[in-house]
Write a protein that binds this ligand. Structure first.
Ligand SMILES: Cc1ncc(COP(=O)(O)O)c(C=O)c1O
Length: 347
């Protein structure tokens, strides 16, 4: 089967580029003695997670327990969940899953740690625990070094949690002083973090500059996307995931409509809503659910009805999450058809 035989819109993965992206970062991490722990939130496909592990990854990260379930069932045991798990239902589920693999979670507050340990202990389960430290994005994470030390001492004492270390997202090499100070304070308190987990694809090739780092956690690096290209972090030539779309209407000389709208590309990142590989001068300026409004006025040759184009999305992780199936291609040939097994698993 060839790409031309696919109905559209369709998620198409260039396997040569994907493998090159995996190898490039693995080589960097190997060179610097860092463990690479890919975050599967980007691809959500067990076969690609296995490929990352075969290349040398030390384990994977999942954001949701549903994703953990899929990956455990696919035979992947070492999984980090860098997210506070809150609520009885989630914690009971975590306890069940913790018996099937080597799970590590992150926590950023005493309440989260105590509740987790209580539910896990009642179920006879245990997990490793990292403390999330606040970063420049001011999302979750402990903001105070003394509090990090108190929480580490608590984790060390709690019956169902094993002290594993610290985590930050992203570790932007220009601003990780809190991570550095937290590490030193923990070491002085007799709890040196065995694991220091950082990451973020935009900063991936500077992770060796982050002091104490042991693991690099990255997701988008496997496909790259237009957000990273526009930010100057990624290259168009490395972008491996595209949405194959058909020109379904050409109402004027300036405007064509593609059959991939917000349900194919997402509206993340705003206009332009991705980059059309075959028509770099075209601009997708607006999306409805199933329509991409495309300005072709600057294109020397205009796309015509029935023509098919590849769109690199703005944010590849959320675009992949919209698709049931991914087609792995080499050149023109479809060599893999994968269910996006962990898509839509928001719990
Ligand atoms: C906690 C955490 N770790 C790692 C990642 C991976 O980031 P990136 O896709 O930039 O590599 C994310 C992305 O959202 C994240 O939230």
């Amino acid at each position: 089967m060839r790409v031309n035989d696919l109905d559209t819109p369709a998620l198409v993965i260039d396997l040569d580029r994907t493998e090159a992206n995996i190898q490039r970062l693995q080589a960097y991490c190997d060179q610097h003695g860092l463990g690479l722990r890919p975050h599967i939130k980007t691809h959500k496909i067990p076969a690609l997670a296995h490929q990352q592990l075969r290349a040398g990854a030390v384990g994977i990260a999942c954001q949701k327990l549903g994703e953990v379930e899929v990956m455990l069932n696919a035979g992947i045991a070492d999984i980090l969940i860098p997210y506070n798990l809150v609520g009885q239902a989630k914690l009971e589920r975590l306890a069940r899953l913790a018996r099937q693999g080597r799970l590590t979670v992150s926590v950023d507050h005493e309440v989260v740690a105590r509740d987790m340990s209580r539910v896990l202990a009642a179920e006879g389960a245990r997990v490793g625990a990292l403390i999330e430290i606040a970063s420049t994005i001011e999302r979750a994470g402990v903001v105070d070094v003394a509090e990090v030390v108190r929480l580490a001492q608590l984790i060390d004492d709690l019956p169902a949690l094993d002290w594993r270390g610290i985590l930050m997202y992203p570790t932007n090499a220009d601003n990780i002083s809190l991570l550095d100070r937290a590490y030193r304070a923990l070491r002085d308190a007799g709890l040196p973090p065995p694991v220091v987990s950082g990451g973020g694809s935009p900063f991936m090739l500077r992770q060796a500059e982050v002091p104490w780092l042991t693991e690099v956690r990255v997701g988008t690096y496997i496909f790259e996307d237009m957000t990273g290209v526009k930010g100057g972090y990624f290259s168009l030539d490395h972008c491996a995931a595209t949405l194959l779309c058909t020109v379904v209407s050409a109402p004027t000389a300036e405007r064509v409509i593609l059959d991939g709208g917000s349900k194919t590309l997402t509206t993340e990142g705003g206009a332009p809503h991705g980059h059309i590989v075959e028509y770099p001068d075209a601009i997708i300026y607006k999306l409805n659910e199933e329509h991409a409004y495309t300005d072709v006025s600057r294109c020397p040759v205009k796309p015509t009805i029935g023509e098919r184009v590849h769109v690199i999305p703005n944010h590849v992780c959320v675009a992949v999450n919209l698709h049931n199936v991914a087609y792995g291609v080499r050149g023109d040939e479809i060599v893999a058809v994968w269910p996006v097994a962990a898509r839509g698993l928001v719990q």
